[in-house]
Each structure stands twice: as structure tokens, then as C-alpha cells.
Design a protein around this ligand. Structure first.
Ligand code: ZN
Length: 124
């Protein structure tokens, strides 16, 4: 599999325990060291319910596919929760998306995002 950022082949260290495992990562080790996953969890109230925000990166990325293999722990966390019924994923979130989710009144939401756009000037 090729790295989504640098387009080089992703090399995984093989041993007897993972010799035949399929390659699932879309980012190589070098690119991951330059663009690491920095988890930020926060909770905010929306119309009578709660929005659980899980942000994976601290800056904008132009390669969201590179981080798809890091989402499994979030899905498992969502399955374990009893208070949340909806999981949503956005590459980038911001005030506009929060306002839309607030007005839809969907209940408690588990929101997974790569990057939260806080400032008005930050765009992809
Ligand atoms: Zn790479």
C-alpha cells in the first residue's frame, strides 16, 4: 500500500505474529512522525443533549485518507457508550456544522473529526 502523503510504499516491520496480516495503514512512519495524531476530546451541550467531539489532528491536513486506519478505537469507544446513539465523521468541523447539528435535534452525538476550524481565516 502507498502512503497517501508521500506516495511511497508503506513498510511494516514483519515478525512471526504479523507475517500474513494485511496492510491497513495509509501513512508511512516518516509522514506520521511529521503529522502525528494528537487526540483532543471535548464535550459541549447542544439542544437538550450532548455533543462528544473527538479531534484527531491539531492542524489542517490535505490528506484525510491517510488517517482512516486510526479510527477503529473511536468506533469501539462509540459502541461501548450507552448514552450516544449517533456517530458522525467530518474531515473538518466548525461553528457552522455545530449550529446545524444543534438545530437538527438528533440527540446526543459522537462526532469524530480530523480538525476543528476555530478561526474564521483557516480553510483547507
Ligand atoms: Zn509517507
Amino acid at each position: 500500500m502507498l502512503c497517501e502523503i508521500c506516495k511511497r510504499k508503506v513498510k511494516t516491520r514483519r515478525n512471526l505474529h504479523n507475517l500474513f496480516d494485511p496492510e491497513v495503514h495509509h501513512i508511512c512512519e516518516k509522514c506520521f512522525m511529521e503529522h502525528p495524531v494528537i487526540l483532543k476530546k471535548s464535550t459541549m451541550p447542544i439542544e437538550q443533549f450532548t455533543l462528544h467531539l473527538n479531534q484527531m489532528l491539531d492542524r489542517v491536513t490535505q490528506f484525510p485518507m491517510a488517517y482512516m486506519s486510526f479510527m477503529k478505537p473511536f468506533y469501539l469507544d462509540f459502541i461501548k457508550r450507552k448514552d450516544v446513539e449517533i456517530i458522525l465523521y467530518f474531515d473538518q468541523t466548525g461553528d457552522q456544522i455545530f449550529e446545524i447539528l444543534d438545530s437538527l435535534k438528533l440527540g446526543s452525538i459522537y462526532l469524530l473529526t480530523l480538525y476543528e476550524d476555530i478561526g474564521k481565516g483557516e480553510k483547507l
